[in-house]
Design a protein around this ligand. Sequence first.
Ligand code: CAA
Length: 258
Amino acid sequence: MTEPNTILVETHGRVGLVRLNRPEAMNAINSQLIEELMSALEAFDSNSAIGAMVVTGNEKAFAAGADIKEMVDASAADMHARDHIAPFDRILKIRKPVIAAVSGWCLGGGSELALSCDMLIASETAKFGQPEINLGVIPGAGGTQRLTRAVGKTLAMEMVLNNRTLNAQEAVQFGIANHVVPAERYLEEALALAAELAARAPLALQAAKQMVNHAFESSLTDGLAEERRTFYDLFDTRDQKEGMRAFAEKRKAEWKGE
Ligand code: CAA
């Protein structure tokens, strides 16, 4: 396998960290970067030594969108044939929690990538937006759909139709970000949150993530039935026995992921 050259991959204990690394292009997401990012996340997902992941950029930019220069001359037929947004969907299959650590510009496909993560820690410098309208197009990786579910119709309309940007405080206020932290601590805080998650019962953690995501895909009746089934299924895991016995015995549970 060739080494990735648009991302940097690190491990911090049980946390896998991927840094988007095209600083010369504000981390614009080209085909190579999205491929390398998704492959890195998938490798962490199948590595039992990793319990959670963080995706970040650099201080100036999480990512300023899809790479405009890569698609400027494409026709509609080219775009359909290349379908270069399809790899964005691979993040939806990741079973372990993924946290976006966002500083600076988080625009277009960058914002759509961040919104596909499970939680988001924002530096006080973070700026979110969907500027595709300025390019004569619309968002293509969830900006009209996932963003609308997160912030509601009227704000999504303003962002997508009129390039309204959100600062970090607004991102928390409108449900995009979990926390805003000082610029120098955003990555540290995201890694700390990921480490907390990575120390939890792995099968329950994955089931919990799957069920919260299911809430966006199903009717309430179907979602509640699926949740109950999943809750009962977890009683066949060793971790359920360990967790409940540890509670009764007033000791800390030791999770096995079984
Ligand atoms: N694609 C390609 N290159 C980009 C880029 C992008 N999305 N964003 C920035 N860059 C490049 C710039 O062209 C520039 O390269 P050169 O030095 O070779 O000229 C370099 O990154 C630095 O950028 P700027 O000089 O523009 O930096 P700035 O500080 O003045 O502005 C910015 C920063 C506001 C983020 C500005 O770069 C910008 O507006 N970028 C484009 C944002 C955008 O329109 N994103 C949507 C893309 S389309 C999309 O994402 C579709 C989708 O839904 C999947």
